[in-house]
Every structure is written in structure tokens, then in C-alpha cells.
Design a protein around this ligand. Sequence first.
Ligand SMILES: Nc1nc2c(ncn2[C@@H]2O[C@H](COP(=O)(O)OP(=O)(O)OP(=O)(O)O)[C@@H](O)[C@H]2O)c(=O)[nH]1
Ligand SMILES: [Mg+2]
Ligand SMILES: [Zn+2]
Length: 281
Amino acid sequence: MIEGVIVSIKYGTYLVNSNGVIYQTSPRGLLKFKGKLYVGDKVLLDEDNFVITDVLERSSLLKRPPISNVSQILLIFSLKEPEFSYYLAFKYLTYASFNGIKASLILTKADKSNEKEYQQIKETFEKIGISTYVTSSKNKEGIEEIKNLFKNNVSVLIGQSGVGKSSLLNAIDENFAREVGEYSLALGRGKHKTKEVLLLPYMDGYIADTPGFSSLELEMSKLDVAHYFPSFEKDALECFYSNCLHISEKNCKIKEKVDSGEIPSIAYENYLKLIEEVEKY
Ligand SMILES: Nc1nc2c(ncn2[C@@H]2O[C@H](COP(=O)(O)OP(=O)(O)OP(=O)(O)O)[C@@H](O)[C@H]2O)c(=O)[nH]1
Ligand SMILES: [Mg+2]
Ligand SMILES: [Zn+2]
């Protein structure tokens, strides 16, 4: 048996990396028993015909983008084109925390922004314990500093189309040779250049480039959001009501921390928006 990792799935062809050797494989009848396979899956191959014969237990599974076994999520947000959105940042962070995966923020296109602007964003997120990095793939600002983030990790880059995920990979190592798309000022969004999830080996781990998405539905309940919103998890346990939504309940630890400024008001404002958005679930 050969053990490897699925690094790409395209038109029924599964590429599996085993110690640097890439096998072109297919799962044949396995899917019937195991369900869909994902990029990131650890699989066993038959040594004679290279058919995937089994999939090992997953440590995590994300549905958007579809990938398994990642150890960290790197949320990619451009400062400009598209404009940075606190709302989306808090939303994606909630999504990561709901899925039990550590997330950090990488801000891109610093060359199109200014220090005052990105320092404020950075301070807001670091205050609630989210590591935040400022980069430019164009002038390489901040690129050296983020390289160590990848060591021994399976990292997935998540962000809207056009924020510069593929460009960031090329800035980290030009050998990745990722195709870069464009941001359309007229449409106000990227043009969905990257079409598939792809795992690229890097620093004893992998980095996944992924297609950008234009919308993310949080399939969570209000109570989930109240629990998994960034930095709420521990404090929410100290609220008087165990099902506290931190809105107008008495003795709410979160509200206390918002009032004292320990939780930035912009975080709380966006929390309320998110709660409204998941109303329907
Ligand atoms: N000025 C500037 N432009 C950048 C930077 N990074 C990316 N871009 C530009 O942003 C556009 C989109 O870049 P991509 O790397 O294709 O973005 P992506 O996130 O991979 O987009 P999808 O594959 O569609 O999800 C391109 O025109 C890049 O040249 C940067 O740091 N500074
Ligand atoms: Mg891309
Ligand atoms: Zn509360």
C-alpha cells in the first residue's frame, strides 16, 4: 500500500502526492462506500494499479471551499479592490471557529492603502486575539514575515475572488506559477480566475489555493453565532443565560466587555448584523 494526500481533483482524475511522487489515480468503487473524496484526504493506493482503496479518518472537513485535514485557515482580504470589509472578516472568522480551525488574517494590496488605514484594522483584530499580517504581493512588503506561518501546516487560503490569493502564492515562491486574474472595477469583483482547490507542497506542509467565492452562507443558528463569533467563546460561558444571544439579556458578559471597550464596538456591531443574517435558520 502507498499512502498519500489528494492534492487535486479534476474531471474524475485524482492526483495523489506520496513523498513527492505524484500518482494519477481514480477511486473506482470506493466512493460508493465512503462518499465524496476531498482534496486534503489521506488515502491508500493499491501498488499494482494505483487505484485509491481507502481514505483515512479526517481531522476536519470544510464544505466551502471543499477541503479536508487543514490545520489553519488564512483569511485573505485586500485593503482595496475589493475594499476591506469588517463584516466579511468577522463572518469568515466565525465560520472558521465554528469549524474548529484556527484562523489568521492576511491583508493584501498594502501598496494601494496607507498605514493609518491598515494599522487600525490590524489593531481591531489583534485586540480579539486574531493574528493579522499586512502584505503586498506587488512590492513584497510583509511577505518574508508570513513565510514561517506555513511551516509544518496544511494551510488554506480563503477569500473573495480578486483579493490576491494566487498572487500571494507567487510572491511567496515564484515557482508556484499560479495564474493571476484581474479585479474588475466595473463589476466590483474579481473574475474567478482560480477554478479548483489545489494543494501545493511548501515548507514540510501544504498551502491550498482555492477559488474565491462571492458569497458565503453561514449554515449556523443564531446560538452558534453567539458562541463562535471571534473572541466570544470563553466569555459566553459566563453569561447568566446559557442561551444568551448577547443582545438585551441581563448579566451578559459580552455586553459588559463591549461597554468596557475590551471588545471593540465594531466587532459587536458586526455581530448584530450576523445574528440578523442567520435569522432564517
Ligand atoms: N496592487 C496590487 N495588486 C495586487 C496585489 N495582489 C494581487 N493584485 C492584483 O489583484 C488581481 C487579482 O489577483 P489574483 O491573485 O488573481 O486574486 P485571487 O484571489 O487569486 O482571485 P481568484 O482566483 O479569482 O479567487 C490581479 O490583477 C493582481 O495583479 C497586490 O499586493 N498589490
Ligand atoms: Mg486565484
Ligand atoms: Zn451574553
